[in-house]
Structure formats: C-alpha cells, structure tokens
Design a protein around this ligand. Structure first.
Ligand SMILES: NC(=O)c1ccc[n+]([C@@H]2O[C@H](COP(=O)([O-])OP(=O)(O)OC[C@H]3O[C@@H](n4cnc5c(N)ncnc54)[C@H](OP(=O)(O)O)[C@@H]3O)[C@@H](O)[C@H]2O)c1
Length: 257
C-alpha cells in the first residue's frame, strides 16, 4: 500500500486530505501539534478504511521537531509516496503591531517546514523514481501587494514548487503548488479574522479543494487553483497593473499581515 504524510492533519484542508487519501487506500502519517486530535483521527481512519495510521505530533515552528518529520520522510525502510505540506497559519493586524516571534513562527511553519520537508521527501522519491508532493500555498501568493507577510510566505511556496516541478520533469516525481481561495476551515478564526461580510460565492469547501487539487496533480499540473471563481480571479488579476492590484486588494481583502 502507498503511504501519504499530511502536515496539519487535525483540521480543515489537511483533515480533508487525510480522509480522502485514506479512503483511496493510502497508509497515513498524520502530523500536527494536537496529539489528542491526531489520535482521534487516526482511530477513525483505521476503523473506516482499514489502513495503517501513524501519528507524529510535531510543532513545525520548532527546528528539532521539523527535523524529526524530515527524518521520517527520508527513512528508506518506510517510504512515503505522497507528501502534503499543508500546515500553515495567517495573522491579523498591522505588521508593526505583531511581535517578531509570531512573524518568525509564521515563516518557520509556512516556509521553512515546506522547504525542509520537500527536500527530505524529494531526495528519497528521486531514488525510487516516483512520488508526489503537494505544497499548500494560497491565491494570496499571486498578489503580494498589501504589505503582507502571509502572502509573501505563500509566494515563496508557489515559486519553490513551480521551479521544482520543472527541475523534476522526467524523474517520476511530481511537485505541485495548491493555491486555494477562502476555504471554510478553522484558519480565519485562529487568525482572528472577521469574515462574516465575505460573499458566499467566495467560500470553498475543504473537500472540494482536495478533490480538484488531486485531479490537477494527477493531470501533471504544477499549480492548482480550485474553483471557477478563483481561476478567473487569478487569470484576470495577474494581468492587472500592480497599482490596480493594490487598490483592489486593499479594498476587498480582510487585513492579513
Ligand atoms: N482556509 C483558507 O481560506 C485558506 C486559503 C488559502 C490557503 N490556505 C492554507 O491552507 C493550509 C491549511 O489551512 P486550513 O485552512 O486548513 O487551516 P486550519 O483549519 O486552521 O488548519 C491548520 C492546520 O495546520 C496545523 N498547524 C498549525 N500550526 C502548526 C504548527 N506550528 N505545527 C504543526 N502543525 C500546525 C493545525 O494543527 P494543530 O493546531 O493541531 O497543530 C491544523 O491542522 C494552510 O497552509 C493555509 O495557509 C487556507
């Protein structure tokens, strides 16, 4: 049976990936900080889908704990076929009001973890001549125009993944950046973002995001933007001059630093 490792498996998009990949018959390695929620999900997946589930509780803002997950990914005795780098978080408030500690943790989880875990996985996958890596970025990563550290982390993830996808052509290893728009998860509440005014048409569901992303991955796309509304927004938005992008983003997007 193939094995998939999902970071941020306890909630939202990561939980939806874990359910879907287990339903497809993958043995699972579940990573996040909340060990109790991980164990609860592991029990559920084992019972429902008869797959093996390993729980690896780790805080990806901590270098030693990231290294432990990287070690698991590189273990030749227990190959990982699919890596979903999904854990991540946003913040709320002005850049100058946030502590350097919070901003560093955001960089560590949203960027350093993606870099280090992709590196560990791709090394092992290249040797085996197959493997898939999905790095969860965001539509925000295409529009780094609002002084945003969150968008900057996601721009890095898109650039890294697209570049790697090209470099790995012909090796059997696929890398894809997933760029969701607003998705109903715990993300906004955790970040303290008020979202009640967002029109319903902009909300995506985590299962839909996962479904479309896996179809795109298996079709060999280097970047996936789920939802017709976001495909249109990204296609049109990227053609706009930066000055106009800045105006639109400032007026429409709830403040993320
Ligand atoms: N929801 C959206 O609108 C949206 C849009 C675009 C992109 N995204 C991206 O999608 C990804 C998943 O977010 P989501 O919407 O599913 O959010 P979510 O419901 O808040 O889930 C976030 C997951 O990340 C884990 N996590 C957070 N900090 C962590 C840390 N330090 N170490 C290990 N795990 C950590 C959380 O688990 P624990 O608390 O148990 O550690 C949780 O499982 C993120 O990368 C986010 O930036 C979300």
């Amino acid at each position: 049976m193939p094995t998939a490792l999902v970071t941020g498996a306890t909630a939202g998009i990561g939980r939806a990936y874990s359910r879907r990949l287990a339903a497809e018959g993958h043995d699972m390695v579940l990573v996040a900080r909340d060990a109790e929620r991980l164990e609860e999900l592991a029990d559920r997946l084992q019972t429902r889908h008869n797959v093996r589930v390993e729980v690896l509780a780790a805080d990806l803002s901590d270098a030693a704990q990231r290294a432990a997950v990287a070690k698991r990914l590189a273990d030749p005795a227990k190959p990982v076929d699919v890596l979903i780098n999904n854990a991540g978080f946003g913040t709320n408030g002005a850049f100058w009001d946030l502590t350097p500690d919070v901003l560093q943790r955001q960089l560590d989880v949203n960027v350093a973890a993606v870099l280090e875990l992709t590196h560990a996985a791709v090394g092992a996958m290249r040797e085996r001549g197959r493997g898939d890596v999905v790095n969860v970025a965001s539509v925000a990563g295409f529009f780094t125009v609002s002084g945003s550290t969150y968008a900057a982390t996601k721009a890095y993830v898109i650039a890294l993944s697209e570049g790697l996808a090209t470099s790995l052509t012909g090796t059997g290893v696929r890398v894809m950046a997933l760029c969701p728009g607003f998705t109903q998860t715990e993300f906004h509440e955790r970040a303290g973002l008020e979202m009640s005014k967002l029109p319903r048409a902009f909300w995506l569901q985590a299962d839909q995001v996962v479904h479309e992303s896996l179809a795109d991955l298996r079709a060999g796309k280097p970047v996936s933007v789920p939802g017709a509304q976001y495909k249109a927004l990204v296609a049109v938005g990227r053609l706009l001059p930066k000055k106009l992008q800045r105006m639109v983003v400032t007026r429409t997007v709830p403040g993320r630093t």
